[in-house]
Design a protein around this ligand. Structure first.
Ligand code: GTP
Ligand code: MG
Length: 229
């Protein structure tokens, strides 16, 4: 039996959105589901981080993942060992749009979720302009990309609530200064929460997961993060 599903959209991308992202966000709020949209460049470690995150959050919390890619179901295959996962394939589009999120949530079935993670398509440009009905937008920046990226991709950083710096295990080998990257990012968005992490070996994941749990607590208490636009 297949442990994950695949939703493919080709012609639908770019069509009028059938359901409003704000309505989805409110519906997820009423279900107690914190929706987190993860943005990054290709290969920064999104799937690795989400696998490790789901492992840490379960079994206390119920997690689901919608994972976007242009092609293949490889990431859903990887994630299926860690959480229910639905692969969203765009057939070429460089970002996810809301209509695909609604269909992906339906494909996850009736199960109640505490956390719904969306792995966006690897790209720091287009995904920043699309509201997917998330409560939390998280930008993942890996140490192999260089610490000069925030100012070069300002919208992605300005619209995010948190910055996860991934692959910190490689810091001894790459020219990346965490303080410089954080200062650059906070010059764009001063209230960014920052989490230096590594998925292999695991580092910094406890603080990251505590942040997610706290954000969900705030959501349940009626004080969610406001979307940054
Ligand atoms: N050294 C090191 N490698 C990592 C870490 N996290 C991920 N990787 C490696 O980086 C590569 C890309 O990781 P993925 O998790 O597939 O990255 P992704 O952002 O999901 O990639 P796309 O979905 O293709 O954009 C893989 O070879 C991972 O094993 C980390 O913390 N440290
Ligand atoms: Mg991935």
């Amino acid at each position: 039996m297949t442990r994950y599903q695949v939703v493919t959209v080709r012609r639908e991308i770019g069509a009028a959105e059938l359901l409003d992202a704000e309505e989805f966000r409110q519906r997820m709020t009423s279900h107690g589901t914190l929706v987190a949209n993860i943005l990054s460049s290709p290969g920064s470690g999104k799937t690795s981080l989400l696998s490790a995150t789901a492992d840490r959050l379960s079994p206390e919390f119920r997690c689901g993942v919608l994972v976007g890619d242009i092609a293949t179901d490889r990431d859903a295959q990887r994630l299926a060992d860690h959480a229910p996962a639905v692969q969203l394939t765009t057939g070429g589009a460089c970002h996810l749009e809301f209509s695909l999120i609604e269909r992906g949530r339906q494909a996850l079935g009736d199960r109640e979720l505490d956390f719904l993670f969306i792995e966006n398509i690897g790209n720091l440009v287009c995904p920043a302009s699309h509201d997917l009905g998330e409560h939390l937008r998280v930008l993942l920046l890996s140490t192999t990309e260089g610490d000069d990226k925030p100012a070069k991709y300002p919208k992605a950083f300005r619209t995010s609530h948190a910055l996860v710096i991934s692959k910190c295990d490689l810091l001894p080998y790459v020219p990346f200064e965490v303080d410089r990257a954080v200062a650059d990012a906070r010059s764009i968005r001063s209230d960014l929460a920052v989490f230096p992490t590594s998925s292999r070996p695991a580092q910094g994941l406890e603080a990251w997961c505590d942040y997610l749990i706290d954000q969900r607590r705030r959501l349940l208490g009626g004080h969610p993060c406001r979307p940054n636009r």
